[in-house]
Ligand binder design. Structure first.
Ligand code: ZN
Length: 242
């Protein structure tokens, strides 16, 4: 069984299509939230995920797009983009986003956007925060996004180690509890502007996670953002992956 794990697509349809193309045939698509926000094609991304039968969870931007109070915590650029998103999305997108739960268990994995204990908001960026979340996890392994940084936090005999996977990095999942972050499809922030995603390969006795970085036509996404008057800083950051 081959599963694509995608997070923080952020209405970047050009990046999503490049990733789906590059990953090829998969048995399932799991998305970890922030489907919309920042980017120029919220309806297009939701249509594509619906067509492909993706399942997944709600992020802080998805909640804000539905009118939630999350927008109050956004910086000015994110807020402007969210106001545009709210005006732009159609009823089908709204319905699909409303159906996303905050947590989804696909045993032996738990899917969340932020963290297992605070699925909408918490950023897991440090070992102490990761440790408390590994303890809160109801399944052996967790999948999360929100930081836009590819990472693994793994419990190693009470010590929490952090791995920072790059393109084609692969890890075997074993008895150790861990949190896997595939990085961001639509707005990477680790200094590599290529879209980031994970393939989970589940065989009879082994489970492997492999990170993939996929180049996409950044200028095409930027042109659409400019056309819709989205904030310049959000347009430019796609060039740098920051
Ligand atoms: Zn995000």
């Amino acid at each position: 069984m081959r599963i694509a794990v995608l997070s923080d697509i952020h209405a970047n349809l050009v990046a999503l299509d490049a990733v789906l193309d590059a990953l090829g045939a998969v048995d399932a698509i799991w998305q970890l939230g922030d489907v919309v926000g920042y980017g120029p094609e919220p309806d297009g991304v939701v249509d594509r995920l619906r067509e492909r039968g993706a399942v997944g969870v709600r992020g802080n931007h998805d909640a804000a797009a539905l009118g939630g109070p999350e927008i109050e915590y956004f910086n000015p650029d994110a807020r402007r983009a969210m106001e545009w998103t709210r005006r732009t999305i159609g009823p089908a997108t709204r319905r699909w986003l409303s159906g996303l739960p905050e947590r989804l268990i696909e045993a032996p994995f738990t899917l969340v956007h932020g963290s297992p204990r605070d699925p909408i908001w918490e950023y897991v960026t440090t070992a102490p925060v990761a440790r408390r979340n590994l303890e809160a996890l109801e399944t052996p392994w967790g999948l999360h996004g929100h930081t836009h940084l590819p990472s693994v936090f793994r419990d190693d005999d009470g010590r929490t180690e952090l791995l920072s996977p790059s393109d084609r990095s692969s890890i075997g999942l074993d008895r150790r509890r861990l949190l896997v972050n595939p990085g961001s499809v639509g707005q990477p922030r680790d200094g590599d502007p290529r879209a980031s995603a994970v393939i989970l390969q589940l065989d009879d006795e082994t489970v492997t996670a492999t990170w993939h970085r996929v180049a996409y036509d950044i200028a095409a996404t930027q042109a659409r953002m400019r056309r819709f008057g989205l904030p310049g800083r959000l347009v430019e950051r796609l060039d740098y992956g920051l």
